[in-house]
Design a protein around this ligand. Structure first.
Ligand code: GLU
Length: 550
């Protein structure tokens, strides 16, 4: 019996690998174009890390005129969740990260290198496994799970490296006839790679992100085809990234230590290995300890969370770019109006260690992103969000004309308002501008420096009776508040007040605050002049009268 016969016996129906090499020819791409992919497992609740991976891969693909594709890695079918593929497709779409090629539903794909779902590629893996068997670079192994467990226990007890290597690789040199006999007898088996690596030799690898790393060679006879006929991650990576023409494998840095094995596999197949870029894990600060963002513990780990709370997907992407390249922040400051597509992302400038993902900083980025939106955009996006998540806000926004004015306050100018980080902030930010809401419940008036009821009432009365005129321009409007301050014996200028602190009880700013609080119930609002313009005379008078009444 020779290797070929054994291979035929194991995979009688597998095609010759030349079939697949022809079916999936090398990609015809311009010089320098890179092919990248994102390769998530359909385990449900897409992780924000997948979005991060997809963003990075898309950036490089777009910048080089290359290809970005989606491959579904579902070889671990125990972990698969119903609808998992669809969730991934939807999540990428919601972040505007649609791949050029890949699965478009559970069973269909676009692109010439499909199927892009590993469970649909069984015949391909088996053909290549057969090829390795024929070359004597793979073999069937008949260990039961219990035997492997026992082996591991023995290795641990003797403080030895665990795994299937050297003398521990029990079936590595089993005579082919005996292997054939076991197979015929129906003994279950898996296919292992026959490693010729040596643990005492080193290999060097230059990772695009991690730089030069040195590892011992791989000497483990890893499993390539599992008992269910599906490949392991390692083997699927080898076959898929070869046939799909991936030029740069971007993936989480938990895979860095597998590089010696992967390079070895490519070499044994006589293929050119892709370049690797191992991306830092997204971490979170948990009471001073940095740890991985976890789907179990952290709501922000779910890609869908951002839509739920109303953070625009663009803000999430900007923040991820911020974390990915420290040069992004500066670029953004200097290119306020450019699309992030124009940012020149560099894989080799990513941080080598973990990347801290901080919801507060994301909020700050989001505030800036939203501040760049027009009132119309804020209106459309918050309405769309509200229709799904907040009926009260949706109802308020029904009055479109008025809402556009409200949302237009301090927007579209050189220093736009930055008080909205997510659509769920909008209601709280604008609710007092709607009369029906403002007068709905009893109003609290948090007056500040000037808190004497008589003084407050005098100021408010005088203001509407003598000074307020809806048609005043901003300068006149403010001059009048100064006049009013003077008339009431307060300093007309803050300077004046500071120069003679004993002379005045308060100053023009404090008088403004009284009016602001009366109008809005708040001490902190956007520009009061603009607010009054939007409220219009009727509402202004009504609000001030109500405040006097109180
Ligand atoms: N399915 C692998 C994972 O979930 C993908 C790693 C890769 O991109 O190669 O981590």
């Amino acid at each position: 019996m020779d290797y070929k016969e054994l291979a035929d016996m194991i995979f009688p129906d597998a095609k010759d690998i030349s079939y697949y090499e022809e079916k999936y020819p090398e990609r015809d791409l311009p010089e320098g174009a890179q092919v990248l992919r994102v390769a998530p497992s359909p385990t449900g609740n897409v992780h924000i890390g997948t979005i991060d991976q997809a963003l990075i891969a898309t950036k490089v693909a777009r910048q080089t005129g290359g290809v970005f594709f989606l491959r579904i890695e579902d070889t671990d079918q125990k972990r698969e969740v119903e609808g998992g593929v669809k969730q991934i497709i939807e999540a990428l779409k919601s972040f505007d990260l649609e791949p050029d090629e890949g699965m478009i539903s559970e069973t269909e794909w676009k692109g010439n290198y499909g199927p892009y779902k590993q469970s649909m590629r069984k015949d391909i893996y088996q053909a290549f496994a057969k090829h390795l068997l024929e070359m004597g670079k793979a073999y069937p192994a008949f260990d039961t799970p219990e035997e492997l467990e026992e082996m591991r226990a023995r290795q641990e007890a003797s403080k030895l490296r665990t795994g299937y290597y050297g003398v521990w690789a029990k079936y590595r040199n089993l005579p082919l006839e005996e292997a054939a006999k076991k197979i015929k007898a129906g003994v279950p088996y898996i296919i292992r790679f026959k490693s010729n690596g040596r643990e005492d030799r080193k290999i060097k690898h230059k990772d695009i992100i991690k730089g030069n790393v040195t590892f011992p060679e791989n000497d483990q006879d890893i499993v390539i085809i599992k008992a269910d006929g599906l490949p392991t991650y390692h083997f699927a990576h080898l076959i898929d990234d070869h046939l799909m023409g991936t030029t740069i494998v971007t993936r989480g840095d938990e895979w860095l230590s597998s590089v010696p094995l992967h390079l070895q596999l490519f070499q044994e197949m006589g293929w050119k290995a892709p370049r690797y870029a191992h991306t830092p894990t997204l971490l979170k600060n948990d009471n001073g300890n940095k740890r991985k963002i976890s789907k179990r513990k952290d709501p922000e780990a779910a890609a869908s969370y951002y839509e739920e709370i109303g953070v625009p997907s663009l803000a999430v992407k900007e923040y991820l770019l911020n974390i990915a390249n420290s040069t992004f922040e500066n670029w953004r400051r200097q290119n306020k109006d450019k699309s992030i597509d124009e940012f020149d992302f560099q894989l080799n400038k990513m941080s080598v260690s973990g990347a801290l993902f901080d919801m507060v900083k994301l909020g700050d980025v989001s505030k800036i992103v939203i501040s760049r939106y027009s009132a119309e955009e804020v209106y459309d996006k918050s309405l769309r969000w509200a229709k799904k998540h907040d009926d009260e806000l949706a109802k308020m926004l029904e009055n479109k004309e008025y809402s556009l004015k409200v949302l237009g306050i301090e927007r579209g100018n050189a220093k736009p308002r930055k008080d909205i980080a997510k659509w769920s902030d909008v209601k709280e930010n604008i609710i007092y501008m709607y009369d029906e809401k403002f007068f709905e419940n009893s109003i609290e008036y948090p007056y500040q420096v000037i808190s004497d009821k008589n003084d407050i009432n005098k100021i408010l009365k005088l203001y509407i009776e003598k000074y307020y005129n809806e048609n005043d321009d901003k300068q006149t409007w403010f001059d009048k508040i100064k006049e009013l301050s003077g008339e009431m014996g307060y300093a007309k200028e803050v300077k004046e007040f500071k120069a003679n602190p004993g002379m005045y009880k308060a100053h023009v700013g404090d008088v403004s605050t009284v009016i602001r609080v009366a109008l809005t119930g708040r001490t902190n609002t956007p520009d009061m002049y603009e607010i009054m313009k939007v409220l219009r005379k009727n509402s202004v008078i009504k609000r001030i009268e109500k405040a006097i009444e109180n």
